[in-house]
Design a protein around this ligand. Structure first.
Ligand code: BGC
Ligand code: NOJ
Length: 815
């Protein structure tokens, strides 16, 4: 069953009924001002940091769910009937409801009692504001007298404090209303230089800024008192809960349409010009007013929207493919790339599942997000690399996250995850291959954001690699620390206290827990750093990294191999994890993926064996589960992984982030059918027909699909913010379709299903445009027989970079 359909032409997903199984979300904003918006206009906005600069409130895990949003109400002045054109919060009956989620915008439209309303929500490029453009049309035979009310609830900036510190916060709220614009200025009188504003293009019949006056005591967003009675209270908030609501009266002749624009935004004043007149307590609005006035104009709003659409056309134009599979096309050309941008922007902070309060930007997460993002806006990737690296500790280790506003690392979600530093090397390598900009390696970057501690970025990478080398255990495998990629494999934790965080609680000293996964990751990172060293002319250094990699490779084969697959780890006591010797958790997906990716066992059959074990023991119809058999009870020596009921999350859920590693592994050993089969199992578009089971959005990857041990096998959870986005993009575009940026050019090395006969791609790379067509005889999966570039045969399958602006025709014949 479906709840809508893809409109690939317009790059939209069109939801045709409001009661989706879960809120189906989209994101607004490109760089600093962001919001999430659901298919019923739920969600919230923030400036840079979902925790520290929250503009509007959202109620987590509420009933009915998804409350708090960008709401509008229409009211018929004659009958008194009122409704929300986005369905929530009144949930009135609507005809022709449609929500079109597009690239950085959402448009929600519906009809009720002959009145049509369509609202487009978007954030103009380079502005810290959002536009809601509403068009109301009277489709009745008679004149309609209507009221339109807007409604947002302001957050008092720090979203954590806002949800907890009521003794203070019920007394701090302040607003100003001037010329119909509502200014939310809580704490502006003291240390803040910023305020929010909410403006409307039309003359107002009234307004409200005190939530409880607008709603009425004990009443909810579904029936605000002001809307019910058809008249605002003109309330001015003083403490309690500030909100913003405008009231506009409309009289529409039959067939008549009216456009009303609302602008909600964030503004910072220079400290010396906070007040106007100086010395007063009145917000200086001189600087913000022209911006507000501009976007309240219809032509400006339209122009800004077109620029947003053009921006996305350009970004997505960097890679476009035409393959025999529509799900591949749709995800590569539109949604997977879009999700990569969103995960790059949000890390794991703000979604329906991430409150925006708990987590900032992850060190590991952001480094991996780069892999899927770097081709889109390399300058922003560069900045991100430098930001992440600046939080690295002098030891080469890392805080697990940093706050985007302050850019400082913190231990809020733990530290000492021993895989963290290696991902920075992979992220930087991806940037270098895409851009060729090796100057970034000479940038001076701090450690722990401490001025004076700077070294070159290159040295950061060296320290990253050394961090692992200096922390080897009894088998010479890397010590795991708090955990590795699998945050929940906590081998040193031994937690027996209810509620204690596995991520932050003190680890037990003296253990020898080692990770085969980090072993594989190290082999991969050592080769990347060797290549980087070569680019800098450090041949000896490169050789020594390769030697370290080879030693680790041998160690993994010796102590990390279980006979049929790669082992997972050794625990605190030195006992094996992820082995046939274990009763539960005998085989884990992560080492099978990362080791093959690193090339371990490709030459001696271990890789193939490991992947065969994945196929027989972990793969199921909805994807590949993380491990088997699932942990049926809590293991104090394994930690959080065994806290989850079987089949969920890290305990044998289909943790989608890991599946592309196996796809890539299959591609490396040349099995195109298997690689694509795995790709399709978790491809959200290919799962659209089972939306009632899948439940999450069919246009983006979820972090997890319940595994075969769960009663809800096949149900997705935690959509949007996951390394799944970047890794699937890497798997499909670089390894299955095989278009890989390398230092010396663009590699074309596909691994395709036997059935396919051809595909085409356009790839922009370092300023030139490559029009690539790949053809192959049926029955073959891998191997390039011939390449011509602009009609000339070339040696091998690496296409040298062409000058910026060049159009290059590449014909590839496989065989
Ligand atoms: C989740 C992990 C997540 C971690 C972050 C755990 O509860 O299962 O997937 O990475 O929390 O703090
Ligand atoms: C989610 C985290 O964001 C990611 O970094 C981690 O690798 C996975 N959980 C697995 O635990």
């Amino acid at each position: 069953m479906r709840y809508g359909h893809f409109d690939d032409e317009r790059r939209e997903y069109v939801i045709t009924r409001p009661d989706t199984p879960l809120p189906w979300i989209n994101y607004l904003g490109s760089e600093a001002y962001f919001g999430i918006i659901s298919n019923t206009a739920g969600g919230y906005s923030f400036y840079r940091d979902a925790r520290l600069r929250r503009l509007t409130r959202y109620r987590y895990n509420n009933v009915p769910f998804d409350l708090g949003g960008r709401y509008l109400y229409l009211r018929d002045a004659v009958s008194g009937d009122f409704w929300s054109p986005s369905w929530q919060p009144t949930q009135s009956e609507l005809e022709d409801y449609e929500c079109r989620h597009g690239m950085g915008y959402s448009a929600i439209s519906s009809r009720h009692d002959g009145i049509e309303a369509e609202t487009l929500y978007f954030v103009p490029l380079a502005e810290n504001l959002e536009v809601w453009r509403t068009r109301v049309t009277n489709k009745r035979d008679a004149e309609a007298k209507l009221s339109l009310f807007s409604a947002v609830e302001f957050c008092l900036w720090d979203a954590w404090d806002d949800q907890t510190n009521f003794q203070r916060n019920f007394s701090t709220g302040q607003v100003e209303v001037e010329d119909g614009v509502i200014y939310h200025k809580t704490e502006y009188r003291e240390r803040r230089d910023h305020f929010a504003y909410f403006a409307c293009s039309e003359p107002l019949a009234g307004f409200d800024t005190q939530r409880d006056t607008f709603l009425g005591a004990y009443k909810g967003w579904d029936s605000p008192a002001a809307v019910e009675r058809g008249e605002s209270f003109d309330s001015v908030a003083n403490g309690w809960a500030p909100c913003g609501s405008h009231h506009v009266e409309l009289t529409l002749a039959p067939g008549e349409s009216k456009e009303i624009i609302f602008v909600l935004g964030y503004w910072e004043n220079p400290n010396e010009a906070k007040f106007d007149p100086p010395g007063s307590q009145t917000v200086n609005k001189k600087l913000v007013k022209p911006v507000i006035e501009r976007y309240l104009r219809s032509d400006e709003a339209e122009g800004a929207f077109q620029r947003l659409r053009d921006y996305w056309s350009e970004l997505l134009g960097i890679l476009q493919v035409r393959t025999p599979d529509e799900h591949t096309n749709r995800m590569v050309n539109i949604w997977n790339a879009y999700q990569c941008m969103v995960t790059f922007n949000m890390s794991r902070s703000a979604s329906f599942y991430e409150s925006g309060i708990g987590r900032g930007m992850g060190f590991r997460d952001s480094s991996q997000d780069l892999l899927g993002f770097v081709h889109m806006v390399p300058e922003r990737a560069r900045e991100r690399i430098l930001d992440v690296a600046a939080t690295q500790l002098p030891s080469g280790g890392a805080y697990h996250q940093y706050q985007p506003l302050t850019k400082r690392g913190n231990n809020d979600v733990g530290s000492g995850f021993n895989d963290d530093p290696a991902w920075l090397i992979l992220g930087v390598a991806a940037y270098l291959k895409e851009t060729g900009d090796i100057s970034i390696l000479d940038e001076d970057v701090t450690y722990d954001n401490e001025p004076g501690s700077e070294s070159s970025l290159y040295e950061h990478l060296q320290r990253s690699l050394r961090y692992t080398l200096h922390r080897l255990g009894p088998h010479e495998l890397p010590l795991i620390g708090r955990a590795d990629w699998n945050d929940c494999l906590n081998l040193n934790c031994f937690s027996t206290t209810p509620g204690e965080s596995f991520q932050t609680t003190e680890n037990k000293e003296g253990g020898v827990a080692e990770s085969v996964f980090i072993g594989g990751l190290f082999v991969l990172a050592a080769e990347e750093l060797a290549q980087i060293a070569e680019r800098r002319g450090h041949t000896d250094e490169a050789a020594s990294y390769r030697a370290d990699g080879a030693t680790m490779d041998a160690t993994v084969r010796e102590h990390g191999w279980d006979g049929e697959w790669f082992r997972r780890a050794y625990d605190y006591f030195g006992d094996v994890v992820g082995s046939k010797e274990n009763e539960e958790g005998q085989i884990f997906i992560e080492p099978q993926g990362i080791c093959v990716l690193a090339g371990i066992g490709v030459d001696d059959g271990k890789a193939k064996k490991a992947l065969d074990s994945v196929a027989s023991r972990l793969a199921c119809e909805h994807g590949i589960v993380l491990q088997q058999p699932a942990f049926s009870h809590y293991y104090v020596n394994l930690g959080e992984i065994s806290t989850y009921p079987s089949g969920y999350k890290e305990n044998a859920g289909i943790f989608c982030h890991t599946n592309p590693w196996i796809m890539i592994g299959e591609a490396i050993i040349g099995r195109g059918d298997e690689a694509f089969d795995y790709y399709r199992r978790i491809n959200p578009s290919a799962r659209e027909d089972i939306s009632e089971l899948h439940r999450c959005e069919p246009y983006v990857y979820p972090q997890m699909i319940a595994g075969k041990d769960a009663p809800s096998f096949g149900e997705a959870k935690n959509s949007w913010l996951s390394g799944t986005a970047a890794w699937n993009f890497v798997a499909i575009s670089q390894w299955l379709l095989g278009l890989r940026a390398e230092y010396d050019g663009l590699r074309v090395d596909p691994c395709l299903p036997k059935e396919w006969e051809r595909f085409e791609a356009t790839r922009k790379f370092r300023g030139a445009t490559y029009r690539i067509s790949v053809s192959k005889p049926k029955g073959i999966c891998k191997g390039v027989a011939q390449v011509t570039v602009d009609g000339m045969k070339t040696e091998g399958n690496l296409i040298a970079p062409h000058p910026a602006g060049a159009e290059v025709v590449v014909e590839v014949t496989m065989g």
